[in-house]
Design a binder for this molecule. Structure first.
Ligand code: G3I
Length: 303
């Protein structure tokens, strides 16, 4: 196959990208995105600050621009994200306790009912675990509402849209030896044991010199999958853009049947949140395929 999406489809997987609504007028951008990718994540437009700028007043205009572009071009959509300590609107940052808990529930219900039946998978909860060696939860206003906030979010989400896969999504849970990975693993195992609805784990997979790709990544993917959840690589970028590392990541996903797809976090280097200098993506600033692109395509075709 000659595109990433078509190559991934050969093994029943998808290959996605993050899309920014503000770039949909750029024809180079949309041409590449439409040709190469079959799963779309809104880079910012479905986040809490974008979708509920005022309490109880939902705004889906930017989210719908990304959603409609994707569906009009025959692509599926991952929803990102419903409960997160970051990119909360000011009104939510000011809440605590039971009031914040109820606002979280209302937010999940409001956004998921707008997109009900239309989303492949939702990142229900994003980045709830702490960096470093604790293996525990990150301190946040949501965490301070009580340790059960994550399972409440997932139970709310299941009722709001039973057709969407429900994911827990985080960064630095790629390395099997890291405490943060083990913390999330233990939560997912506990959820599966107690019947808390969870269908997938999103490994963001932002690789850089502080959190480099490690060959135990395949063990991480296999271990989560063995708990009975799908694994998705949700925000892949690799600082420096190593073609070898890109191939390793793809091959590790392909080795695990329940690794259902890969999303890169942007189209061209110039679209990346890291800046073009990091050279983290598959297309250069002019829209040319990089060595990493060919490496990914070959890995997908050799599956
Ligand atoms: O839209 C405003 C614009 O009006 C304003 O003029 C401009 C001035 O700074 O800011 C614009 O908003 C920025 C937004 O991106 C859109 O470009 C925000 O400041 C900026 O903080 C925001 O950054 C996003 C970041 O999440 C915020 O947390 C990145 O684009 C986005 O790639 C990044 O994505 C996250 C995932 O959601 C979760 N995992 C990590 C990943 C990378 O940080």
């Amino acid at each position: 196959a000659s595109t990433l999406a078509a190559a991934a489809q050969q093994s029943g997987r998808y290959f996605g990208t993050a899309i920014a609504a503000g770039r949909l007028g750029d024809q180079t951008y949309t041409t590449i995105a439409n040709r190469e990718f079959d799963m779309i994540t809104a880079e910012n437009e479905m986040k809490i600050d974008a979708t509920e700028p005022n309490r109880g007043q939902f705004n889906f205009s930017a989210g719908d621009r990304v959603y409609n572009w994707a569906v009009q071009n025959g692509k599926r959509v991952r929803g990102h994200t419903l409960a997160w300590h970051s990119q909360q609107p000011g009104w939510m940052q000011a809440l605590s306790g039971g009031d914040l808990r109820q606002a979280m529930i209302n937010h999940i219900n409001g956004v998921m009912s707008h997109y009900r039946g239309k989303i492949y998978a939702w990142d229900v909860v994003n980045e709830a675990y702490a960096d470093g060696n604790s293996g525990g939860r990150r301190d946040s206003n949501l965490q301070r509402t009580g340790n059960d906030w994550i399972e409440v979010a997932f139970r709310t989400a299941r009722a709001a849209d039973p057709s969407a896969k429900l994911c827990y999504n985080d960064y630095n849970i790629d390395n099997w030896n890291w405490a943060k990975t083990q913390g999330v693993y233990n939560m997912v195992r506990d959820f599966k044991q107690r019947g808390v609805p969870i269908d997938c784990v999103g490994l963001q997979s932002h690789f850089n010199s502080n959190s480099p790709y490690n060959s135990n990544y395949r063990t991480t993917i296999q271990s989560f999958a063995a708990l009975g959840v799908d694994v998705q690589i949700t925000e892949l970028d690799i600082q420096g853009g190593s073609a070898t590392t890109y191939a390793n990541v793809v091959n590790d996903c392909l080795a695990v049947p329940r690794c259902t797809g890969i999303t890169v976090w942007g189209v061209r280097d110039s679209d990346s949140w890291l800046g073009a200098g990091a050279s983290p993506l598959l297309f250069d600033g002019n829209g040319n395929k990089k060595a990493a692109y060919n490496s990914v395509l070959n890995a997908l075709n050799n599956a």
